[in-house]
Write a protein that binds this ligand. Structure first.
Ligand SMILES: [Zn+2]
Ligand SMILES: [Zn+2]
Length: 510
């Protein structure tokens, strides 16, 4: 069977046991049907009082598998504490870990791994691990848990497919993203037995978004300088040196070609004052630029960081993942790359290779993430950029205006300015580009600050459960009203969302 013909396991592949003849309540007559219907009370009676044997085929693999399909932790506990084996397999070689991965029952999977030491990397008859199945079905949270627990990403099944092949084949964007960010990047170039890489499989099946994402990831890893420049990855420094050089060049051009140009009329005192104000603002912009690009944006400490700094007490790192009752819900808080449980509004940045608190976005132009600790500096930098470029443009236009006042024909004065003052024209064009970019970003950031929402949350709202109300509509629990949002941001630099963001972690740490 070629890799592109991987068998499809539908969500309905496990058929319900027969209904009772009258079609009403299901017939719960043994351990198997009690597990299938999640009838916890009857199940306990069968195994504890009636002494039903869990070593029979129906009472063993199938019962555990039904508990896995339903994600019923209580049923699994009764079965496993009364003789059922957690590693029991069916004819396909599926264990409970495979079935729970196929049905996205992440809490169940974590429970049997943590409490009963189920092998989360076990292969089925086709050599596929739970990670293969979670990738194929597109359960990103299950993938996060498995990667967090160090499940093997490079394992190839009998077709030579890695989990990434499967995620690409089905066009699961989020699954591919999690796998690529946490992976060694070698998986991107692994070929299956038919000779296909994950990128080729995705484009073969018409999953354009996935193919584009994977080929970009592949190019970012490439050794070619041109590709690296396109992705701003030279030594991880991004485009910050380019932006720094542009600002310095513009300041130089402004002084030489606009303020003190001998070919232009003598500058008046008031225009000169505005000119030096613009220059001073540009210097302050450079200071803010340095500040927001060099400052810690709110990187969350990893275990290895804690090892080096024993004085740090980070409650996040004290949470025991094996305490499975804690982990009934927010699996997106697991970072499989940093191996930490992160606060709700944070996200892993693949460029910085760290998780960032209140992650906004990674800005290649400052070569840093924008997050909880440097967002105010970033915003001030944007405001200064807007103001300075506006002042620069206004002074330049005024200077040109006084120079061409005597020339009346439209065509002539444009020709005159371009030929006589090329420095002024260059400055004006570059300055206007910066003005438009800075203004757009300032307005976007200001509107997000007023609503206390990050760029990442706006772009990926559908991914975050905490941004949905019980009826499934968008709801931002961090919006404390425009005035408080803005006041908190301007005074502290961020809003204090710990109480809302971290309840499960507080609960876990206590
Ligand atoms: Zn991370
Ligand atoms: Zn970053």
């Amino acid at each position: 069977m070629a890799s592109s013909e991987i068998e499809v396991v539908s969500s309905e592949s496990k058929t319900q046991p027969e209904q009772s003849p009258n079609g009403n309540a299901p017939t719960v007559i043994d351990v198997f049907s009690a597990s299938a219907y999640g009838d916890f009370e009857k199940l306990r009676r069968f195994v504890e009082q009636d002494g039903a044997s869990l070593s029979k085929p129906d009472g063993n693999a199938d019962s555990m598998h039904w508990a896995a399909v339903r994600g019923s932790i209580a049923v699994a506990d009764v079965l496993l504490q009364n003789g059922a084996r957690v590693e029991a397999t069916d004819i396909n070689g599926y264990r409970a870990v495979h079935v729970s991965a196929q049905y996205g029952q992440t809490a169940f999977l974590n429970h049997i791994v943590a409490k009963y030491h189920a092998d989360f990397d076990a292969p089925d008859n086709e050599g596929r691990s739970p990670l293969h199945w979670a990738a194929y079905k597109g359960y990103a949270d299950t993938i996060r848990l498995l990667l967090f627990r160090d499940a093997s990403q490079g394992r190839q099944d009998r077709e030579g497919c890695t989990p990434l092949h499967w995620a690409a084949l089905r066009g699961n964007v989020e699954a591919c993203t999690v796998l690529v960010h946490a992976g060694t990047k070698q998986e991107l170039t692994v070929k299956d037995k038919a000779g296909f890489t994950p990128v080729q499989l995705a484009s073969d099946k018409g999953h354009r978004h996935v193919a584009l994402f994977l080929s970009n990831a592949q190019r970012a890893q490439s050794k070619h300088l041109g590709d690296k420049i396109c992705h701003g990855k030279i030594g991880g420094i991004g485009y910050a040196p380019i932006l720094f050089s542009i600002i310095i060049f513009l300041m130089f051009l402004f002084v030489n070609s606009v303020i003190a140009a001998p070919s232009l009329p003598k500058i008046t005192a008031i225009v000169g004052l505005w000119g030096w104000t613009a220059l001073s603002l540009a210097v302050v912009s450079l200071i803010m630029f340095y500040k927001c690009s060099s400052k810690d944006p709110g990187f969350i400490k990893r275990l290895e960081d804690l090892g080096r700094d024993t004085d740090t007490e980070d409650p996040l790192l004290n949470v025991d993942l094996n305490h499975s009752s804690v982990w009934m819900g927010n699996w997106s808080q697991l970072c499989p790359t940093c191996k930490i449980i992160r606060p709700v509004r944070s996200k892993h940045c693949p460029s910085c290779k760290r998780c960032v608190e209140q992650f906004d976005h990674h800005c290649p132009w400052i070569s840093n993430c924008v997050g909880k600790r440097n967002k105010r500096d970033f915003f001030i930098f944007l405001c200064l950029g807007t103001l300075t470029s506006f002042l620069g443009a206004a002074i330049t236009v005024q200077r040109i205006w006084t120079a061409v006042e005597s020339l009346h024909t439209e065509g002539r004065w444009i020709h005159y300015v371009v030929v006589q003052h090329p420095g002024v024209v260059t400055f004006l064009v570059l300055d206007m580009i910066i003005f438009i970019a800075a203004t757009t970003l300032t307005i976007a950031q200001a509107s997000q600050i007023a609503r206390n929402i990050t760029t990442n949350e706006l772009a990926n709202a559908a991914r975050y459960g905490y941004l949905r109300s019980p009826d499934g509509r968008f709801r931002n629990p961090y919006n404390h009203g425009c005035r408080k949002n803005c006041a908190d941001f301007l005074i502290q630099g961020y809003t204090d969302d710990d109480e809302i963001a971290w309840p499960p972690l507080h609960q876990a740490a206590s």
